[in-house]
Structure formats: C-alpha cells, structure tokens
Design a protein around this ligand. Sequence first.
Ligand code: NAI
Ligand code: MG
Length: 356
Amino acid sequence: MKKNITVLPGDGIGLEVVQSAVEVLETIGTIYGHDFAFDYADIGGSAIDKHNDPLPASTIKACKAGDAVLLGAVGGPKWDQLSGDMRPEKGLLRIRKELDLFANLRPVIGFDSLSDSSTLRKEVITGIDLMIVRELTGGLYFGEPRERREENGETIAVDTLIYSRSEIERIIRKGFELAQVRSRRVTSVDKANVLETSRLWREIAEEISTEYPDVALEHMLVDNAAMQLIRDPQYFDVIVTENLFGDILSDEASMLTGSLGMLPSASMSAEGPGLYEPVHGSAPDIAGQDKANPLAAISSASMMLKYAFGLSEEALAVDKAIDQVLNEGFRTGDIAREGEAVKTTSEITQKVIETL
Ligand code: NAI
Ligand code: MG
C-alpha cells in the first residue's frame, strides 16, 4: 500500500515525538511491505518564525494533498506575547476547520502496567477500554451570535448553542460505526431534560440507531455521565456527544488511566484526510532534552494505520509493542516508578521498534 502522510511537527516536544512516530511508521512499512511517504510542513510557532503565519497556505495545501496528517504539538513561551490570530494555537484551530474535522476520537485504555499511576483504585480502572467521540466543529464553540453588549446599564455576554440536523447525523453515525467494530454499545450523552439541541440530538440518535440494529443505544444525561465515568468507567464502550460536553468528558476520562504522555487522538472528516495527534501540548519545560514520552504520538500513528488506512493488524502490532515496552519497565520520567531507571525518548522509540 502506498500512502502520503503530511507531517506537522510544530513546536517543543512536538518535533521529538513526531520523529518517533515517523520511525515507527517506517518500521511498520518495512515489515508489512507498505510505502509510506512523509511530506513535512510548518504549523504553530515554527511556522510563525518562518512564514509569519501559524498556518501558511502551503501547509493547508500539503495537508489536503495527502492521505493523512500527523501532528506533534504547538505553542510555547516564545510566542506567548502574540495575540489573537497570530498565536501558534490558532494554527491548530484553523487546520481543524480547513479539513472539516468534525469527529474527534479519544480512546481511553487502561494499561495494567500503569494502573499505579491513576488516582483511582486499581479495580476501578483495570480493563477500561472506551472511546469518546466528540463533535468538533459545531455547537457552543462556533454558534453565532457570540458577543458582548450593554443593555440597560448591564454588561451581557452571549454564546450560542446551535446544531443542525446534518451536523448531528454525521457525528452520531460515526459513533455507531465505531461501536460496530467494538463492543456494540453507544452511549449518547446529552442534556435533553433542559436543552432543545439535546432533544433534537436524542431524536436523531434514535432514528439512526434503526440503521444499526446490531448496536445498542442508550441515552445518558451529561451530569450523570460525568459521575458514571468515575464510578464505573468499565461500563462504557462508545460515548458520542456534542462539542462542549465532549471537551469536558474527554479530559475527565483521560485522567482515569495515567499520563498525558500516553494519550492519542484522531480527528476525522467525512472524506478528506484525518488528523492524528497526541493529546498533550508542546511541553516547553522538557523540550529538546530527549525526555518526552513518545507513546502518545506513536499511539496516534497506530490510530492512523487503523482509521485512515484500514490497517488493523499493523495498528494492533503497534499497540501490542507499546504494551510490551511498558511491561518490561521501559518508561520516560512522566510514568517511571520510584527506583526505576528513567528512559529517554530515543530509548523508548528504539525499544518499540525492536519489539515490532
Ligand atoms: P503540556 O501538555 O505541554 O504539558 C503539561 C505537563 O505535562 C508538562 O509538565 C509537560 O512536561 C508534561 N507533558 C506533556 N506531554 C508530555 C510527554 N509526552 N511526555 C512527558 N511529559 C509530558 O501543556 P501546557 O504546559 O499547558 O502547555 C504548553 C504549551 O503547549 C502551551 O503553549 C499550550 O498552548 C500548548 N498546547 C498545545 C496543544 C496542542 O498542540 N494540541 C495542547 C495543549 C497545550
Ligand atoms: Mg480540552
């Protein structure tokens, strides 16, 4: 299989962990006979330095021309004084819009070998394997009007929660499609007891569920879902929800299983290339020191293999290698246990490659 991957390293540890992910993809290519070509482009602070724009037109063009995008992280103190549209993070928001990445997938998987780094009891988190599917381009974050105004001597701020039928349909479908190849259970999270958008959401989820008779659908109010995620996270398979609820629940869920340095994500559009990136940021405190945990980025590459290219076997091989490396006690500082030698980014990457 021949695939073109657009690589956007970004800033800080983005450069280091993306390099690890690329090396792992190259290894997979060699083992399984795939031809992965990598096309590098700038985003974030490094793009500001070179092009005076956090998302140059050349980067957008490169992303649209490829089969998938691999991103590191953006941001850092060097660019903190810049405002508004010139900030590195703006590059990230813009690329999501440019590629119409409406579905954000965040898997939450409990590694047995890391169960001691969670704040929850071992028996609560063992065996967690859930997927949060968050709507990423609609809802309260994009609704108009959004403004501040003065009324009768009072300052009023307005955000608008708005969703169209087609926006809801496509994200709910994504949830069902994912559930079909998992444990066949969708939990649709809303606030239908209060919000009109949630009532429409619920109706549409019911309609779409008839297209997927092999998948069970349940509805859960978001406040209850926040509670159940902590009480019994093993209960969940696929959670599908709107933008704001998904933002909050996915951060909550990510902390069930340990370090930021472990968590991958995928953002997908209807047909164009998807974007695969670790959840963490550019970590300026450890950047350039070969200290970053590359596993979130490597895991994001695994999601790319599976979801962008349909290479499930290859993805599973990467996931298994990660698990084995952890089990053998190879850990960067963020997850190292007391008294254990701390490994570097390059050492972990090499170990994953050897294991593959
Ligand atoms: P951060 O995720 O960069 O770092 C938070 C803490 O976690 C730091 O102590 C860092 O050393 C540690 N950490 C993060 N990833 C790690 C890894 N792979 N291995 C080991 N330790 C890791 O978040 P922070 O510090 O709030 O933001 C730093 C910069 O990153 C800011 O400019 C922020 O805007 C940007 N950012 C970018 C994101 C992105 O590109 N998707 C997401 C979040 C923040
Ligand atoms: Mg968030």
